[in-house]
Design a protein around this ligand. Structure first.
Ligand code: ADP
Ligand code: MG
Length: 140
């Protein structure tokens, strides 16, 4: 299996509850390595740009408001089959459907405030990493 990269966000519901370390520990224990990380407060423009793919969805405005409601931690993660590995440890979008032991089952508050983002493909991982990080900010 090839070593690849994915993009993760620890969302405002999680930073508010001081869960950055607990979530990062679960990512690391799942075989992912943090190769870039920064805590930021997303602007409305950044959140709208990042979630542009969802702009026709009914929850788009609420999602942008939520993602700009507090600090987030954006991370590039590296590991074997990183996109799938991260999606597996994240769990389903709706925490009510997430498997035991996943981040969302353990920590998410709701389908919206679900603690973490993870890329859904290698192609989107590259786009999302490039959206938030300069090449020199990623140290593998
Ligand atoms: P995922 O984050 O699991 O890839 P999506 O890409 O479908 O899920 O959705 C992006 C984010 O939008 C979700 O993580 C969640 O924060 C929010 N979201 C998704 N579906 C809903 C919904 N039905 N109501 C409110 N917020 C939602
Ligand atoms: Mg998604």
């Amino acid at each position: 299996m090839a070593v690849t990269r994915t993009f993760s966000i620890i969302k405002p519901d999680a930073t508010r509850r001081n869960l950055t370390g607990a979530i990062t520990k679960m990512l690391e224990e799942a075989g992912l390595r943090v190769v870039a990380s920064k805590r930021i407060h997303m602007t409305k423009d950044q959140a709208e740009g990042f979630y542009a793919v969802h702009k026709e969805r009914p929850f788009f405005n609420d999602l942008v408001a939520f993602m700009t409601s507090g600090p987030v931690v954006v991370q590039a993660l590296e590991g074997e089959d990183a996109v799938k590995r991260n999606r597996d440890v994240m769990g389903a979008t709706n925490p009510a459907d997430a498997a035991d032991g996943t981040i969302r089952k353990t920590f998410a508050e709701s389908i919206e405030a679900n603690s973490v983002h993870g890329s859904d493909s290698d192609e989107n991982a590259k786009i999302e990493i490039d959206f938030f990080f300069k090449p020199e900010e990623i140290v593998g």
